[in-house]
Write a protein that binds this ligand. Structure first.
Ligand code: ADP
Ligand code: ZN
Length: 426
């Protein structure tokens, strides 16, 4: 669809969804009235900036069903966010919302080159978390064969991967790494697997991490993006070019705003991603602040798709650590570590405050073949990583080298940071 055609469709859908929330959901109506806007002020998609934002806190304040725009009799399913940050957020879906979710999910899996002859293992958690059921619905919609194994029991995961002739694996990138390690440890040769494609998301991962996983599993690894509030996995996907995540902007309209002021940024500039659901019925969200930081790319992609792309998510506004006044994202640390031959892509950041000064420590696993008792060699490794990180971050961490496979692995979203300062009030 051309940009103009799509804008027309977006405008039409925006008018409809604004009317829906205005007449069916009191908190939205109140807020719009306070801002002095009515549905009559919304004509084209560009009028979207007149509408007030919706925040994660609003979903908590109206927990569980206060933001529904459909009667409960129309709600056929609920999901809740995994609660990476704060109290869970509950979302209700109508039958039509689920159909749209399956449709956008199907677009993603089609873009990954998958179809009805392929077996797909869904190793995202099933349940309130959207990952499992979201990927599941998408695979069924394209007619593929789902192995709905959910998370956990890594041995069985490996067995299924091999015995079912699984072509595509869906899980978090950190779990993919763990599976790769476990396959290696099991001694089963990679040739016994038919795995070709990875569908990874639910947490930020860098291109450097992508290369690591692709190499370890011998696959092509694609991004899938989503969030419970909008629908779950399927809000966006990478294509064969792997150069940005295409967003399904005919259903979920993206904007980028300055996270501090809420002002829209110039096209192409980085900031906080904001979504308006254009077609949802159960719990449409207007200008929802995701906290995810990225940039939008409006040029046509080489794959031929005209939909807007976003750059890999750099992290969430709330992931950013301020250490001795310097802004640090765990994703920057990940890039440096993955680019350095001697280290495994596993690390853990601890920040604390001692004698009024911030401390910044990174534990990082050294690859088996480089982990030696030669103290000088180890010291050299430690120093060189500290320097590399200093030049990227602008602040030097204390590096603690640890044995391979000694840091805790995760089956879902990996926790990579402990900020002890939040427990102190000075
Ligand atoms: P939460 O993690 O907030 O409890 P969700 O399970 O709904 O809730 O996760 C959605 C969030 O996960 C997104 O807002 C984003 O921060 C992160 N996320 C999901 N997919 C990706 C992806 N492909 N790349 C980076 N981050 C992602
Ligand atoms: Zn593309």
């Amino acid at each position: 669809m051309s940009r103009d055609e799509r804008m027309e469709l977006q405008s039409k859908r925006l008018r409809k969804v604004v009317e829906r929330v205005y007449y069916n959901c009191e908190p939205y109506r109140d807020r719009m009235q306070k801002a002095g806007v009515t549905p009559a002020d919304i004509n084209t998609i560009e009028d979207i900036v007149k509408l007030p934002f919706t925040c994660k806190q609003d979903l908590r304040d109206y927990y569980p069903f206060g933001l529904l725009s459909s009667p409960m009799s129309e709600i056929v399913r609920v999901h809740a966010s995994s609660g990476t940050t704060g109290k869970p957020i509950v979302v209700g879906y109508t039958r039509n919302d689920l159909a749209i979710w399956n449709e956008v999910g199907a677009r993603c899996f089609t873009a990954y080159g998958l179809g009805k002859n392929d077996v797909v293992q869904v190793s995202y958690g099933y349940g309130l978390f959207t990952g499992g059921l979201g990927a599941h619905g998408a695979v069924e919609t394209i007619g593929g064969t789902v192995v709905p194994i959910s998370t956990g029991n890594t041995e069985k995961q490996i067995l299924m991967l091999r015995d079912m002739g699984v072509k595509a694996l869906c899980c978090t990138p950190s779990y993919a790494l763990y599976l790769a390690e476990s396959i290696e440890k099991s001694g089963i040769p990679m040739e016994e697997f038919k795995l070709r494609v990875g569908v990874f998301g639910a947490e930020p991962w860098t291109n450097e991490m992508r290369r690591e996983i692709e190499k370890k599993l011998g696959i092509k690894a694609y991004d899938i993006y989503g969030l419970t509030e909008i629908c779950g996995p399927g809000v966006g996907h990478e294509c064969e070019c792997q150069c940005g995540t295409h967003l399904h902007e005919d259903h979920f309209f993206p904007e980028i705003v300055n996270p501090e002021t809420g002002e829209p940024v110039e096209p192409g500039q980085p900031g906080e991603l904001v979504f308006t659901t254009l077609t949802k019925e159960g719990m449409p969200l207007i200008r929802f602040r995701t906290h995810d930081l990225t940039r939008l790319i409006y040029d046509k992609c080489e794959c031929g798709r005209t939909s807007v792309r976003m750059e890999k998510i750099m992290g969430r506004c709330d992931d950013m650590l301020i250490i001795r006044g310097v802004n640090v994202f765990p994703s920057q640390v990940e890039s440096v570590i993955c680019e350095t031959e001697e280290f495994e892509p596993h690390f853990f950041i601890t920040v604390d405050r001692v004698n009024n000064t911030d401390t910044f420590e990174i534990q990082v696993e050294v690859k088996e073949q480089y982990y030696t008792s030669d103290i000088n060699g180890m010291l050299k490794l430690q120093k060189s990583l500290a320097h590399k990180l200093q030049s990227v971050l602008g602040i030097q961490p204390t590096i603690r080298l640890v044995e391979p496979r000694s840091l805790k692995r995760s089956e879902g979203k990996q926790k990579r940071v402990l900020d002890k300062r939040v427990f102190k009030n000075d």
